[in-house]
Write a protein that binds this ligand. Structure first.
Ligand code: FDA
Length: 306
């Protein structure tokens, strides 16, 4: 827990960031988790994964942008990406963060940008997943998503719920009631015990409880985890309850547990790989490091040589 918190602190420290981003070792490490810096890199990775049987969600890295111009540039990147995905005939949608589309600057700007992306997704018959950020954004994200989904009638936008948050049980019921598509994950940010389960065993238990609800009554849930015990539980649960394999998908991150990815595909389960790309890979890399503190060694070494 201490190491995890240290990594998440490093994710937000500018001086450390400037040092780490420059070192060849951390750039090499980033390549394991990030498909590359350009759209071509991302589309090539998507094609390779499609050929192996997995579907894909592309994430253009960059969060908490500080100017409207940056948010609009990100919006254009997503629109272009959706067109290219359609042109290339890829089995691929997109994931994005509302703070990358201007949520910190002005809510209306973010709604406008989201509507542009969702209009292109609608034209190209695609789907947009709004990633879930830290808890300062949970309510803002869910409110904005519901406005788009319910009030503006965009059925092609889904959300993410995190099993470490106590509130996610109620949010799951709300999503089920709305027939909305949910990606369920454990949660990757540093959260206090007032709002989040402090012990991993409870986070895991809650994941299973929420997954059970979504598998029974949800709309094509995405179960986003590399946890072998939860994956084994899911396989047993769907078999015992006669739940069709085409009514849900597993989701995993690019570069993590490729062995499990291959296994699921070979067993005939649906699997979507979340593929991040872009130059702003630092906070993403730090969150992946925090999930596996053994990786701290890489960072310390890169600082020493940097
Ligand atoms: P857990 O942490 O228990 O790990 C299980 C096993 O997976 C480990 O034993 C190890 O083998 C492997 N593993 C996990 N992380 C690894 C790493 N970094 N390096 C190497 N091996 C690793 N979070 C969030 O807050 N908002 C979001 O929108 C998303 N979106 C998202 C999409 C997708 C497709 C996935 C898979 C995950 C997310 N997450 C996320 C991240 C999620 O919340 C969580 O932090 C990670 O998935 C790690 O948790 P696991 O469920 O894999 O279990």
């Amino acid at each position: 827990m201490l190491l995890r918190n240290t990594m998440l602190w490093l994710a937000g420290n500018d001086l450390v960031k400037r040092t780490i981003v420059r070192t060849p070792l951390s750039r090499a490490l980033a390549r394991r988790f990030v498909a590359g810096e350009t759209r071509e890199d991302a589309l090539a990775a998507a094609r390779t994964l499609n050929q192996g049987g997995a579907s894909v969600s592309l994430d253009y890295l960059g969060e908490n942008v500080h100017s409207a111009a940056e948010a609009e540039a990100t919006t254009r990147t997503y629109c272009d990406l959706l067109h290219r995905i359609a042109e290339h005939g890829l089995n691929c949608n997109v994931s994005l963060k509302l703070t990358a589309l201007g949520l910190d600057i002005q809510r209306e700007l973010c709604v406008r940008n989201m509507r542009q992306v969702l209009d292109v997704a609608r034209q190209t018959n695609s789907f947009v997943r709004i990633d879930m950020e830290g808890s300062d954004y949970t309510q803002l994200t869910l409110d904005l998503w519901e406005e788009l989904f319910r009030d503006h009638g965009y059925q092609n936008v889904g959300i993410v719920l995190q099993s470490y948050l106590y509130r996610s049980a109620a949010d799951t019921e709300r999503a089920i009631q709305l027939r909305a598509r949910v990606r369920l994950c454990k949660g990757a940010y540093k959260e206090g015990r007032e709002i989040a389960y402090p012990n991993k065993v409870d986070v895991d238990r809650n994941f299973v409880a929420l997954a059970r609800r979504l598998l029974c009554d949800g709309n094509y849930p995405g179960l986003a985890t590399h946890d072998p015990a939860i994956i084994a539980w899911t396989k047993r649960f769907v078999t015992e309850h006669g739940i069709d394999r085409s009514s849900f998908e597993f989701q995993m991150l690019y570069g993590i547990r490729r062995d499990l990815q291959r296994e699921l595909l070979a067993d005939g389960y649906r699997l979507r790989i979340y593929v991040p790309f872009g130059e702003a890979w630092y906070p993403y890399l730090m969150r992946r490091m925090a999930e596996r503190p053994a990786n701290l060694l890489f960072i310390l070494r890169s600082l020493r040589h940097g």
